[in-house]
Design a binder for this molecule. Structure first.
Ligand code: CTP
Length: 403
């Protein structure tokens, strides 16, 4: 049953749009709440009236509708769903998504959304096979969109090949699978550090680093999805707080440490330190903006060490059962990372090479997982995938120690 689950169904242009009416009926039978966006293309095949009759909800069609934007702005529409399903997903809509275009209500809602998205492509076989479409599909997959692959067979256009939208009953199965409760870390508490820290020089300047927070935030998200109760302690980043995660925003290493130590009082089971903490902060914070002097060519600032958060947590009286650190290296990756694991006293180290801007700010990474027992190389993949694999290892670890 999908009782209480909120599904936003986007129906784009294609003859398969008639199957989306069947999908709405099946979703309603499962007790889901269904709201629909019907694109201009979609409304060439089915009418807003039939969609409204089946969903018993208003149907959204127009980005520029004053009434809809007052009642239910596209931003709210994009955020309140538990899952967005695009069926059929036309080649055009997928191209818009892949390239970040926001031209109508559907594409704008998708661009503004932070919800999981499932796309069910339907199109002519030549369009499906076209390199442009395949490239767009790869791009969307790398952003974690779930693609329900089209079927083979005779098409409405008279051609035969791959491109027929998957049957509504299969799409429904995938939707039910998506919501299946799989919460192996339920009841476990985690803290995750993420992003850079900024160490103030004067009221307007700081020293920081290039960390985007993508890896740490993805880990917090994956832990929450596995049922853990997660506190994310993050330095300044330009990405959104993950859903369902308590997020504490800090600036300096000292503030990050204090937030972590506060949380350690609550019997934390695991700490994942993915933040790129600044190792040094200016010795003295200038009360006023440093002014440059006429005869001055250089500036010397004295630095003092910041606290080592990972090391403090690893050796804390209230140490979590599992402590995982990261090692950001530009040379001798494994030797440095192994030495860091021992020196800091954490259980595992995720080692990554951060030379040549290959990691900071990027969506992919190539890591090694170093434990006391062994070192494993993981194939290069997205930071989200790495987060899920790491959480998989964490689940295994807690299952083993429970036995
Ligand atoms: N770390 C920390 N507090 C610090 C510095 C680092 O908690 N003041 C943590 C990071 O979050 C990471 C691990 O320690 O999990 C290793 O960080 P890294 O930057 O690779 O190494 P450093 O300890 O800073 O050592 P170095 O700069 O000499 O490589």
């Amino acid at each position: 049953m999908l009782t209480g689950k909120k599904i936003l169904l986007i129906i784009s242009g294609g003859i398969a749009a008639y199957k989306s009416l069947e999908l709405i009926r099946a979703l309603k039978k499962e007790n889901a709440h269904v709201k629909c966006i019907l694109t201009h293309g979609g409304s060439q095949f089915i009418t807003p009236l039939s969609v409204a009759a089946l969903t018993q909800e208003q149907v959204y069609t127009d980005l520029w509708s004053l009434k809809d934007e007052t009642d239910m702005g596209h931003i709210r529409l994009s955020r309140e769903a538990d899952l967005i399903v695009i069926a059929p997903a036309s080649a055009n809509l997928m191209a818009q998504m892949a390239h970040g275009l926001a031209e109508d209500l559907a594409s704008t809602t998708l661009l503004a959304s932070n919800r999981p998205i499932m796309a069910c492509p339907a199109m002519n076989p030549m369009m499906w096979a076209h390199q442009a479409t395949q490239d767009n599909i790869e791009t969307l997959k790398s952003r974690d969109l779930q693609i329900i692959m089209p079927d083979d067979g005779d098409m409405a256009c008279g051609e035969t090949g791959t491109g027929r939208m998957s049957e509504p009953e299969n799409i429904l199965k995938s939707i039910i699978e998506h919501f299946k409760e799989n919460k192996p870390l339920a009841g476990q508490k985690a803290i995750v550090t993420s992003g850079p820290t900024y160490e103030a020089i004067d009221p307007v300047r700081f020293i920081g680093n290039r960390s985007s927070g993508k890896q740490g935030h993805a880990i917090a998200d994956a832990l929450a999805q596995a049922g853990a109760s997660v506190t994310l302690i993050t330095g300044p980043v330009a990405i959104a707080d993950p859903e369902g995660v308590e997020t504490i925003h800090v600036e300096s290493a000292q503030e990050m440490l204090e937030a972590c130590e506060n949380k350690l009082k609550q019997n934390i089971d695991m700490a994942i330190c993915a933040a790129a903490v600044a190792d040094w902060r200016p010795k003295a914070l200038k009360e006023h903006k440093l002014k440059k002097q006429d005869n001055q060519d250089t500036l010397t600032i004295s630095f003092t060490k910041t606290p080592d958060i990972l090391q403090t947590i690893s050796n804390h009286g209230e140490r979590p059962t599992l402590v995982v650190g990261f090692a950001a290296e530009t040379q001798d990756l494994l030797a440095h990372a192994k030495a860091k694991r021992e020196k800091k006293g954490c259980d595992w180290i995720v080692a990554n090479n951060v030379g040549d801007k290959a990691v900071f700010g990027q969506n992919e990474n190539h890591v090694h997982l170093i434990t006391a027992e062994n070192t494993q190389e993981w194939a290069q993949t997205t930071k989200r995938e790495i987060a899920r694999d790491l959480v998989g290892r964490i689940v295994e670890y807690f299952e083993t120690i429970k036995k």
